[in-house]
Write a protein that binds this ligand. Sequence first.
Ligand code: FES
Ligand code: MG
Length: 588
Amino acid sequence: MNQRRTLRSQAWWDDAGNPEMTALYLERFLNFGLTRGELQRGRPIIGIAQTGSDLVPCNRHHLSLADRVKDGVRDAGGIPLEFPAHPLQETGKRPTAALDRNLAYLGLVEVLFGYPLDGVVLTTGCDKTTPSCLMAAATVDLPAIVLSGGPMLNGYYQGRLAGSGLVVWEARRLLAAGKVSYAEFMDMVAAAAPSAGHCNSMGTALSMNVLAEAVGMTLPGCAAIPAPYRERAQMAYATGRRIVEMVHEDLTPSAIMTKAAFENAIAVASAIGASTNCPIHMNAIARHVGVDLTDDDWQRVGQDVPLLVDCQPAGRFLGEDFHRAGGAPAVMNELLRAGRLHADALTVSGRTVGDNVASAVATDRDVIRPYEAPLRSAAGVLVMSGNLFDSAVMKTSVICDAFRDRYLSDPEHPDVFVARAVVFEGPEDYHARINDPSLGIDESCILVMRNTGPVGYPGSAEVVNMQPPDALIRRGLTSLPTLGDGRQSGTSDSPSILNASPESAVGGGLALLRTGDRIQIDLRRRRVDVLLSDAELDQRRKSLKLPQLESQTPWQEIYRSTVGPLSSGACLEPALRYQHLVQLRGLP
Ligand code: FES
Ligand code: MG
């Protein structure tokens, strides 16, 4: 053990001025075999925030990985205490897992602040588990380190790679076109999930774990190790060892997650073709640690960074291939050599980003391209605005050639197109009406989804990537432009314009739109405008009636009354008054 500090846990275990409370705190932790000697000797108490459970299959293997974390904590002189985090499973939680991100955040803040913990290992994986853990660590500012769970192994269907999410969209199109049976459809989708782990495409889960590494919160190389690989359990051990040292060094999230670190994460997001959920989550984490980060930073830092990683949905491969090609360190090495990273940003390893990735050269150039020979140039999200919203994002790395040819090939105005709006009031309305021939949907249309922002569809639904009507799919038209105030799955290959803020349920401009309105999209000027006069828009605003929202649970009501827009992270706004809890608010 290096230098001695008085640890905060000693205020519970060894408070000389209050033997009665000390005894009360101690006795219950002795009842499963811990000794007074262990607890009163000033050894770091390390929490393990367990996000895995039978309800969260994506993170379930953390239940066994935690044993290796504990080995590491013990070997370094600490004492591990594992505790459950609120379950957050992306595909199983209704109405949305996003609704519970702030609830899990809130719960974890209370645990980290209110129990005798000196540091914490955050077990991450499934989409919202990573941001909720990092947001809480940011608020409390206790020494913290992320242990990713890792993606599932590659999935295959009939000899072809089957990536999480992607295979669902593909199978759904085949089912709509009558090319597969219901049973084949189910088998096809299940093929994408061959082992323990989180989604194996570059969806929100893998993207957010790579960004946790890029922002400095994991040991180098942690993010992409597939869940079943031996290196995953070895990483768990190393992470357990390291958090004990971090407690002795008092290395806290606020020293690591600086503005420079977030700018590194934004550059990496472009290079990996990250999920469109990443700006929301990273902006939220930043705000909780006291760093001002907005969609404008994504445009400024990330838009012109090229796509280097050939992973689905922007490319071909999956997480296992990405790991074997060198994973996040190899991508960061490319960006570092190109001058696109802040090399001096500190990480949980105790070393800088530059030191961590200096020798991490990619070993498979099909999967991780050199900076000079990217898959696409300028691959970051486009941050758009206009007379319907203040901020929305569009993922340019997934714009396919067919889409470009159809909408972006006018020689005079190659970046501009105008489309007729077909407006849906939410996913239920979309499913009920999309195949209604009287809507006359064809390639000149843009599908619009509203009432699906954080307040409207509590949490914000991943529904903006709408499929065209079945009849169009049968004719070979597999995507239409889409726009909405909701989100889309990180595994979607749709170049939707999404996360539009403010949302329609609170009176955002999408609420004024009617089917048949013409919308002009100008990618070069980053504008989306409905072609209506200001007078007409004012008129419509006057007669606007906001929907009556009915909450189904107490948390939905609390969430709706406290959440901010997607563009600033959909945070629990009152929580932002509370920062650096351990340093500023003392002991409970
Ligand atoms: Fe959990 Fe994708 S659904 S990681
Ligand atoms: Mg998702």
